[in-house]
Design a protein around this ligand. Structure first.
Ligand code: NI
Length: 181
């Protein structure tokens, strides 16, 4: 298992739509296990493939460090088939470090997709799991949680966001220099 580098706000891959996974092969299995390892390492709740630079429709969730006994899950080609209610809660994102804001989400959701063994699955979730799954599905569509904020709120964090993307660009440039040496 490999810990993958996380793409940071400003990277265009976070704004692209990930494509369906037509066939579950070894590369997908490896991607999922690397994503789970990366999520654990970063202490995050969820991670979508875009965030590690892969435009494939898969995300992983691990709530074990906030809810005891929760098993990590991976869902391939996830589809939101039903939702109900509304709930406000604070969100952050591994790709947007240091920013935490309240976001309105559906309270209950039902997702369909495929698990890592290739089996069709249905997941019913509420509250935190529901929130994380909606956040991760957004990633696969190139949407970030900050897109759900009011215009005023978004303006308030604009300079912070600019700093994050500038810093990410600097890191990228310096690693390119290193790679070419
Ligand atoms: Ni995120």
């Amino acid at each position: 298992m490999v810990v993958l580098p996380i793409k940071i706000y400003g990277d265009p891959v976070l704004r692209q739509r990930a494509g369906e996974i037509p066939k579950l092969d070894d590369s997908v299995v490896k991607l999922v296990s690397d994503m789970l390892e990366t999520l654990k390492q970063e202490n995050g709740l969820g991670l979508a493939a875009n965030q590690v630079g892969v435009l494939k429709r898969v995300f992983v969730v691990n709530l074990s460090h906030v809810k005891e006994g929760e098993k990590p899950l991976a869902i391939i080609n996830p589809v939101l088939v039903d939702k109900a209610g509304e709930i406000i809660g604070e969100e952050g994102c591994l790709s947007i470090p240091g920013i935490f804001e309240d976001v309105v989400r559906a309270k209950k959701v039902t997702f369909k997709g495929i698990d890592i063994s290739g089996k069709e699955i249905t997941i019913q979730a509420e509250d935190l799991l529901s929130r994380v799954m909606q956040h991760e599905l957004d990633h696969l569509n190139g949407i970030l949680f900050i897109d759900h904020l009011s215009k005023i709120k978004r303006e308030q964090i604009d300079s912070q966001l600019n700093k994050i993307s500038e810093k990410a660009l600097e890191v990228k440039k310096s690693s390119l220099v290193k790679d070419s040496q």
